[in-house]
Design a protein around this ligand. Structure first.
Ligand SMILES: [Zn+2]
Length: 144
């Protein structure tokens, strides 16, 4: 099966950007995640009058995919309106991507659709993940 091209995934992230709800920042972001079985889930940023409750496009796309049974990903594309720089995912989104593996691609795009390809591992080196919870650890002390 031919994999969806990076350009096509970027295009889907740009389409998702059109649904961004960002009345406070006016900073539109879209994301499109490609699953191992070639499904695509999209997301946009959704802000809130209680600023802290805003959700990023990347996490929106990933949580939508997981909520429908998809947990292995090939790539995620991210779009914004930035003309001169590639949109970079925030730290929280990097950690959520990392939950589902280190070796998958991240396409950070500019408004014109050009993109910079990287990986989750490159974006979040020396990360903490699911395996760390299973690693050997000393017994907690309860000697109060
Ligand atoms: Zn984010």
């Amino acid at each position: 099966m031919n994999s969806l091209s990076p350009q096509a995934l970027v295009q889907k992230s740009q389409e998702a950007k059109n649904f961004a709800y960002c009345p406070y920042s006016s900073f539109r972001v879209g994301a499109a995640v490609l699953t191992s079985d070639e499904s695509v889930f999209t997301g946009c940023n959704v802000e809130n009058a209680c600023y802290n409750l805003g959700v990023c496009a990347e996490r929106m796309a990933i949580t939508k995919a997981v909520s429908e049974g998809h947990k292995t990903f090939k790539a995620i594309a991210i779009a914004s309106d930035l003309d001169d720089q590639f949109i970079s995912p925030c730290g929280a989104c990097r950690q959520v991507m990392r939950e589902f593996g280190l070796q998958w691609d991240v396409y950070m795009s500019k408004a014109d659709g050009t993109y910079d390809k990287t990986t989750v591992e490159e974006l979040l080196p020396c990360s903490f993940g699911p395996d760390d919870l299973r690693a050997r650890k000393s017994s907690p002390t309860n000697d109060k």
